[in-house]
Design a protein around this ligand. Structure first.
Ligand code: SAH
Ligand code: SF4
Ligand code: F3S
Length: 441
């Protein structure tokens, strides 16, 4: 085993991909690869791709094209494509871009070391199966290095909801939940390595129903309560949730479990009932507003985040006005918004499309409103004292950056504070996307 080989990973898309990239880096570390932050001196380049955006595959092909020169100079260089574009395109990737050596899907990357060993010098290795054996148990109990104070932990994968715009059910497959015991031991291991905040991940995380040790199944609320028992774990978050899986039990946990942070990402996509129906979201705008009310009754200071799509096929000015009205009614602390982009193979891609300039105008209008709400949420924090988990050094010398309980970035110039600590910070100013403060007391 040579220790000198270098691995360059570039990660696109959701936090699930971030988690998967960390696991792949660990696997390849065992095969003798150390990570580097430039492709120029890498022995292996791994693109962990996302398929959500328009022309996602095309962008991957053009990114790959840029490695031509590198590969020509260093024929030993191995190029791998992982993630959701790998799953969607499969063998097509090697056909269209022969400099790719390895294609590996999100459900089979635990076999990556084997693929790496087989590939190279013109030999290709492809694995986009949805294998029977469990990826996570194949990955567990590996030696792991110390790490920063926050971590993602995938608890659930795939999705059975089939929203009419979305590729996830096709690229990540059917919904599955990891056993609770396995998650708890991974969490304990993370805490032992310095982690103080864990974000539980799943495409549809609140549908989590993993096998428990006693034979029954464990809900997300049950899992959160069990995690809250772990000494040293101070903060728990989860993402992303579907409104229809927001159970009474989970809402109650927000009021009762102190370690569960007052932040919830709860995408609604549209405020129009007609569009929600066309999207196959299976709830109305009023259902969502009632749900938000119940969540706020359990945890009044919760900060809500969302996802929105504008210009979904058939969206009229009146439908869009309904979205603006819903945003006004909810008052989000932060949100993501996108123009609808047709994804091949999804039902909405076949429908008559809204003109691009209409989408652009609506997106601008929606984002202006969401920005105002985010600004208000940040300004509300000014003058308050908040708990901040200090995550890393900032750009300015002596500056530290952390996150409030509401997941707002907080910059503080603090001598006497260390990364990994949770400190009381008095907020002194609000910037467009973050807060500034000083250590309290
Ligand atoms: N599982 C999550 C989100 C998955 S994708 C959920 O159910 O909400 C993340 C976000 O990307 C979605 O919430 C949606 O707002 C956006 N998105 C997904 N497909 C899209 C498409 N075809 N066009 C535009 N935005 C899309
Ligand atoms: Fe995609 Fe989320 Fe809908 Fe599932 S619930 S199909 S992941 S948008
Ligand atoms: Fe993208 Fe796949 Fe995540 S399509 S958003 S990387 S599940």
């Amino acid at each position: 085993m040579t220790d000198s080989r270098k691995l360059y990973i570039k990660t696109y898309g959701c936090q699930m991909n971030v988690y998967d990239s960390e696991r792949m880096a660990e696997l390849l570390a065992e095969a003798g690869y150390a990570e580097t932050d430039t492709p120029d001196d890498a022995d292996m380049i791994l693109l962990n791709t996302c398929h959500i955006r328009e022309k996602a595959a095309e962008k991957v092909y053009s990114e790959l094209g840029r490695f031509k020169g590198l590969k020509a100079r260093r024929p030993d260089l191995k190029i791998a494509v992982a993630g959701c574009v790998a799953q969607a395109e499969g063998e097509e990737i090697i056909r269209r871009q022969p400099l790719v050596d390895i294609v590996v899907g999100p459900q089979s990357y635990h076999r990556l070391a084997g693929l790496e060993a087989r590939a190279g010098q013109g030999r290709k290795a492809l694995d986009t199966d949805f294998p029977q054996e469990d990826k996570f148990s194949a990955l567990s109990s590996r030696p792991k290095a110390a790490r920063g104070p926050t971590a993602f932990l995938t608890v659930q994968e795939g999705c059975d909801k089939f929203c009419a715009f979305c590729v996830v059910p096709y690229t990540r497959g059917a919904e599955t939940s990891r056993p609770a015991g396995e998650i708890l031991s991974e969490a304990r291991d993370l805490v032992a390595r310095g982690v103080r905040e864990i974000t539980l991940l799943g495409q549809n995380v609140n549908a989590y129903h993993g096998p428990g040790s006693g034979g029954g199944s464990v809900t997300l609320a049950g899992l959160i309560r069990a995690l809250a028992e772990i000494d040293g774990l101070e903060r728990i978050r989860y993402t992303t949730s579907h409104p229809n899986d927001m159970s009474d039990e989970l809402i109650a946990a927000h009021g009762e479990v102190e370690k569960l942070m007052p932040y919830l990402h709860l995408p609604v996509q549209s405020g129009s009932d007609r569009i929600l129906k066309a999207m196959n979201r299976k709830h109305s705008a009023a259902d969502y507003l009632r749900l938000v009310e119940r969540i706020r009754a359990a945890r009044p200071d919760i900060l809500l985040s969302g996802d929105f799509i504008v210009g979904f096929p058939g969206e009229s000015e009146a439908d869009f006005a309904d979205t603006l009205a819903l945003v006004e009614a909810v008052n989000y602390g932060q949100a993501y918004s996108f123009r609808y982009s047709p994804r091949p193979g999804t039902p909405a891609a076949e429908r008559p499309q809204v003109a691009e300039e209409v989408k652009a105008r609506r997106l601008e209008e929606l984002q202006a409103l969401l920005r105002r709400q985010q600004q208000q949420a940040l300004r509300r924090a000014v003058g308050r004292e908040v708990g901040v988990l200090i995550e890393r050094e900032g750009r300015a010398p002596g500056q530290l950056v952390g996150r409030s309980e509401h997941l707002q970035a907080v910059h503080l110039d603090a001598s006497g504070a260390r990364i990994g600590e949770i400190r009381r910070v008095r907020i002194t100013a609000a910037a467009p996307n973050s807060l500034a403060g000083v250590l309290a007391g």
